[in-house]
Design a protein around this ligand. Structure first.
Ligand SMILES: [Zn+2]
Length: 141
């Protein structure tokens, strides 16, 4: 399944991660499932193709494939997914403003599949909303 990431608009296509070349919203056709207008979400390119991620107002998603001369090649399935925030990549000072050292250690350990103390993670989870409000970063561990 091809995947488009919600915030970065990176596309996973045939196992490769492609960065968007454009995020223009254009009318690019009609939805094959409900006949509504299809609006582009992002444009990506490979050496031989243009790939256009698009959706209709009913949230049907499609990945349209064109050659470099913009001849249509076919449509593929597409899925939108949300990036998982990796705790270890969040600025330490931001984490420390909300979480204790033990909570940070165990959130990181849990995400890395290492042993952790459950209680610390529970305590940390109770603060995720506060952290999101302060820094706009949604943690999901
Ligand atoms: Zn549709």
């Amino acid at each position: 399944m091809n995947q488009l990431f919600r915030s970065s608009h990176n596309l996973i296509f045939e196992g490769k991660t492609l960065e968007p070349v454009s995020l223009e919203h254009n009318m690019v056709g009609f939805c094959s499932r409900c006949n509504q207008d299809l609006i582009s979400l992002a444009y990506h390119c490979t050496e031989s193709k243009w790939l256009v991620s698009a959706h209709c107002r009913n949230e049907h998603l499609v990945l349209m494939c064109y050659d470099r001369q913009w001849s249509w090649q076919g449509d593929f399935d597409l899925q939108i997914c949300t990036e998982k925030v990796t705790v270890s990549t969040i600025d330490r000072e931001k984490l420390q403003a909300v979480f204790t050292q033990a909570e940070i250690r165990d959130m990181t350990a849990c995400q890395q599949g290492l042993p952790y103390t459950r209680q610390n993670l529970y305590r940390a989870r109770a603060k995720y909303e506060k952290f999101e409000k302060l820094f706009g970063i949604k943690i999901d561990v």
